[in-house]
Design a protein around this ligand. Structure first.
Ligand SMILES: [Zn+2]
Length: 75
């Protein structure tokens, strides 16, 4: 039996790899988004999640996920 799962981004079937729930296309666009969010937070270190959402148009859920995964840190 093939060890596959649905990509968390687009739902496409991908080979299961621990810690990599995205297909290559989603992983790439997500990495780009992470860089964008990190860059924004570096330039606006005192903003809250709501500020970031309002000013940069980034969904609060995406920000929460990145914080939970320890990929970005807010003050
Ligand atoms: Zn995908």
């Amino acid at each position: 039996m093939l060890n596959v799962e649905n990509c968390k981004g687009c739902g496409k079937l991908v080979l299961r790899k621990p810690g990599h729930p995205f297909c290559p296309a989603c992983a790439a666009s997500r990495a780009k988004e992470v860089r964008r969010i990190k860059h924004y937070i570096l330039r606006h270190p005192s903003e809250t999640i709501l500020d970031i959402h309002r000013n940069a148009g980034i969904p609060p859920k995406a920000i929460h996920e990145l914080i939970r995964e320890d990929r970005v840190q807010l003050q």
